[in-house]
Design a protein around this ligand. Sequence first.
Ligand code: 9MR
Length: 386
Amino acid sequence: MRSARFALAALVATAVALPLAVSPATAAPRPDHRPAPHVNVKLPPHAQAKFNRLRWAAPEGFYVGTAVAGGGHHLEQDYPDPFTHDKVYRKILGKQFSSVSPENQMKWDFIHPERDRYRFEETDAIIDFAERHRQVVRGHTLLWHSQNPAWLEEGDFTAEELREILREHITTVVGRYAGRIQQWDVANEIFDEEGELRTRDNIWIRELGPGIVADAFRWAHEADPAAKLFFNDYNVEGVNAKSDAYYALVQELLAEGVPVHGFAVQGHLSTRYGFPGDLERNLLRFDELGLETAVTELDVRMDLPASGRPTKAQLMQQADYYDRALSACLAVEGCNSFTIWGFTDKYSWVPTFFEGEGSATVMTEKFVPKPAFFALRSTLNQARRG
Ligand code: 9MR
């Protein structure tokens, strides 16, 4: 994807209309043992514009992604669909990122609203956009306990019918986009915090037993043999009961020859809690099983002061969390996909789910980059230079 043609296109393209130059005032905080952020002083201005973008700052083959806002909580807000209507949003989406993940548009309730009807328009549009912008796509998601349509959750199906419904859905959706999706979150959030399979709230596991998880991977692989197939979950950044459960399950499935290719940590972090310092170690143990790893939904929320605006210290702490998550991924060889769950507070899911918390993304509602943005960019540039 980093062909000469597109490198040239990026060089001649006009710089994104953002104040993206690194200045000492906005440079990210660095833990003491690491060097100060690089400034591209020796590069000519056009080259600076290129490396001012996250996607070009990144090392070759390392994808920097974002969720593409739409569906889910956005449907209850008083703005139109962000992806189709917000021109500034789309411009930044195309310029800054090399990977996109539909935030809600491929979830069951969105893409399969009635038993005999699929709704592909929004996903088609995102994938077309991605291809026009030379971006890869992460598919999200196929087997989950949440955001399932009522016809499915409340339907009166036999086990045999349910199994066929899942097989048909996976075959249809994965098959439709075969060759155009780099990674699929096949199974999402299948364990609880204790590391127990969700046998009550996950309709598939409850009605069909744990073996259905392996079948989901097999069907997805048949439908698109090129796609990398992932487990994806939150609160599995560190080594804990939940990530241990994945570690055990993945080994079982690999031993059975099930096509599992990746383990992804979502990364919904909060400055209320410490940074999961064992993230790198955790990714590494999955890497050593031969899996790819990924950070798929990073955001770092915080308790907002009465003014509603984060303090400088809060923004610096947030930048440090973003940077450490990126550094952990960069340090693990098979971690080549790093996605933030939206890039602007304008569309973040956080305030609608956590009262009093917010400012979780790397840009303000007006698309002004925060220290977290500069921290990511600086670390990507350093990693690319080696
Ligand atoms: O960001 C998504 C939001 O728009 C939806 O309303 C919400 C519903 O559950 O899901 C959000 O995305 C979730 C993702 O699909 C899976 N991991 C947790 C994410 C944040 O809740």
